[in-house]
Design a protein around this ligand. Sequence first.
Ligand code: SF4
Length: 227
Amino acid sequence: MMTRVPRSYVKEARKRTGPKRARIGPIVERLAAEHADATIALRFRDPLELLVSVMLSAQTTDVNVNRVTATLFEKYRRPEDYLAVPQEELERDIFATGFYRQKARSLRGTMRMLLEEFDGEVPRTLEELTRLPGVARKTANVVASELGHTQGIVVDTHVRRLSQRLGLTRREDPVKIEHDLVRLVPRADWARFPHLLIWHGRRVCDARRPRCEDCVLAPDLCPSARA
Ligand code: SF4
């Protein structure tokens, strides 16, 4: 006798929420209404401080970076300042952000290149930004976007988790996730989309305990919504 295979939960959920192309607009709208204050949490006053803050934010929290840069930026104002002290002094000044040796090396290499190739200015294109030592695609995307030259979609741990839960991508690799997202999210929303997912991830869609009962995307826009 043939046993009936129950339709999978995933299929049921996809049927309930509909195709991602139809959901992306309402997802952005609802998140924008819910997190009207969603912007970058790092504090900076100019492009150089932005670049340094984003470089320091690897593997630590924005709150921690802000605590360190509050004093750091009083001492280091121009690219030359990062090269005027011994490497060990810079390491001590950024110690609390973790991975301080590697970060100090990257900062000094970046400052050297800014001076030698970019007249001491922070470049705006992803191609140029990713040439700077220690500046990977995510950092470059954040910097370009905050400077008003958005060229992609920032994919951090929150963006990755939420994009997967929302059924916008099945990929694991951040570059491939970004590839899926830029084909789906309207270009005008590329800059704010990651901020919305980051804040929603922090406030509601926690990695271990998503609060679906309080989520504006449940149940009609999220295939992972728990009943
Ligand atoms: S419904 Fe649940 S899983 Fe989906 S985005 Fe909201 S909190 Fe996350």
